[in-house]
Design a protein around this ligand. Structure first.
Ligand code: BT5
Length: 268
């Protein structure tokens, strides 16, 4: 049997791919620093919309603010080049589009208890299994390209490959499904979802995308603590608005719009 649990087979992926334009071009590397960096280079050189950049291992995978993203063999580490007709500020929509694509794929494909967490995480059974990093290049008031990077922990054991401080808060599909899953199959499903949700997000129906995303957002309504550049904020996580801001109701009754931060909740 072919081993599809550690590496994507690009030819087989494309054979069965039911997208119109996402993933028609795929760049694959056994090991690269970061697929987002590679995708940005390719986008700058004119790579077409929907190009997928994929690696088996990332040696310098990144999260927001340049944080380290652990990317061992067995994970799905990829970036998609998009050229949306959006203003730069609207490109935040793609974070939610990508998060929803992953949440739906994991729920429908494996029947897992999935949740989305503001702004860019997907959790399974309360543990982080996926992160999204979008990066934009704009010319004046228009986004030139956006690279959407998605990392999913798939066929490895986090207790063997991650540092101790991450082991309690993260998980992998192998752990949650109790078996290894095919990387080809997961990527195919993700690309189909991404194409569909991206089209809704950019063609004027972002409110329904956000509504769907919120169906998975179990943190809404909970008492939350948000680390921001200005320190920690506490309150009830009321909602997420169409600009991607978290609406946090503080004890004073004031509702604060938070655009960047990390949220943790007391009850899940
Ligand atoms: C993210 O950032 O969650 C975005 C991660 C995006 C990764 C993809 S992989 C393909 C593409 N190429 C890249 O270089 N990046 C993208 P953030 O919300 O800032 O979370 C980062 C934090 O998550 C780290 O500081 C760790 O605490 C934790 N972390 C690191 N590696 C992890 C992993 N594999 N799984 C779960 N949590 C992780």
């Amino acid at each position: 049997m072919k081993n599809t649990s550690k590496r994507v087979n690009v030819a087989r992926l494309q054979e069965g791919l039911q997208t119109r334009w996402v993933g028609r071009n795929v760049f694959f590397s056994r090991e690269i620093g970061s697929t987002n960096e590679w995708a940005k280079e390719l986008a700058g050189l004119g790579a077409c919309e929907g190009t997928v950049v994929l690696a088996e291992i990332q040696s310098a995978g990144r999260g927001r603010l340049g944080r380290e993203w652990f990317s061992p063999v067995g994970g799905l580490w990829f970036s998609v080049i998009l050229r949306p007709q959006l203003k730069p500020a609207e490109s935040v929509r793609l974070v939610f589009a990508a998060g929803l694509a992953v949440a739906e794929a994991l729920h429908e494909q494996y029947g897992l208890r999935v949740e989305t967490k503001w702004p860019n995480d997907v959790l399974v059974n309360g543990r982080k299994i996926c992160g999204v990093l979008t990066e934009m290049n704009s010319v004046g008031e228009k986004a030139n390209f956006v690279v959407v990077g998605i990392g999913v922990n798939v066929n490895f054991d986090v207790s063997k490959v991650f540092p101790k401080e991450l082991q309690r808060t993260t998980s992998s599909l192998e752990k949650e499904c109790g078996r290894q899953v095919s990387l080809d199959e997961l990527l195919r499903v993700l690309l189909v979802k991404l194409e569909k949700i991206y089209e809704s997000s950019t063609l004027g129906d972002f409110s329904s995308v956000l509504l769907e995303w919120k169906k998975y957002a179990r943190f809404l309504g909970s008492q939350a603590e948000v680390s921001t550049d200005d320190g920690k904020l506490c309150g009830v996580a009321l909602d997420v608005d169409e600009e991607g801001a978290l609406l946090l109701k503080q004890e004073s009754g004031l509702v604060k719009h938070v655009f960047f931060g990390d949220i943790s909740t007391k009850k899940q």
